[in-house]
Design a protein around this ligand. Sequence first.
Ligand code: CP
Length: 314
Amino acid sequence: MALSSRHLLQLEGTSKEDLDLILDTSVGFREILDRPIKKVPPLRGKTVVNLFYENSTRTRISFELAEKRLSADTINFSTSTSSVKKGETLRDTVRNIEAMKIDMVVVRHGSTGVPYYLTQCLDANIINAGDGTHEHPTQGLLDIFTIRQKYNKIKGLRVLLVGDIRHSRVARSNIWGLKTLGASVAVCGPTTLLPYEAEKFGIDVYTNLDEAMEGVDVVNILRIQLERQKAGLFPSQREYSNLFGITRERLKRLNKNFTIMHPGPMNRGIEITNKVADGPASVILEQVTNGQAVRMAVLYLLSNVDAHEDKAIE
Ligand code: CP
């Protein structure tokens, strides 16, 4: 089995077959992470560039470890130490990097559409590690993998995303992937942090958290992007925390065997209390471990798709 595209740009429009293939392949790689020696040879001889134009802890380290565990050669590019500081354009930067004979590019950028743009100027496989407010497909996949690992299914589960949905690329990737796999998806946040006409995503939209949490299996809590607080999108952190913070008291509205998720980085005491973040239903660190397995699967599967087989990007 092979993926239908040689790039991973978004989960919107990604088929159920491709999602299932990535998730099923991730299971084998997750087992490798529990072995004493966590290295396998599939990407031996391939060179992967991690092109991060925005800050990252989890995604960058996770991709680098995934590449190394697949025996790829890896290069880490960061804008602060590159000629981007001297005014070099994105196109010139990536074409110069490709001239050094690289095979795959993992890219994070503050602007929506940069990963797609790279597919138009490079021959390498492109993996989106987060672009603007658009998508963060490997985060969506690792969240879905973590849910599937616990419940052995996605179809029929009720998943609630809480917080800044409007600016969240994690939310978008979760919504598209979960819906394709048959979950029932709801979002909750202040009106100012919900996407315009969010109902058109085919999801349930709430501004009252206690109502939103009724009958939910999985709560995925999104980071309040404190850098946007200057824009006055909610009156105060204290008010946000009172209305939308996930506390232990609120958990009793959830279904039995519920799960608490957060993609990180967390603002403890604002969107999530310590007791919830570190409580028995939290899979937050399991998400991070699973992220490596999912990224290994994505790198492995994309490296096996020939350019002429790519049906997704014309
Ligand atoms: N979840 C996530 O994307 O975290 P980083 O910004 O640390 O990569």
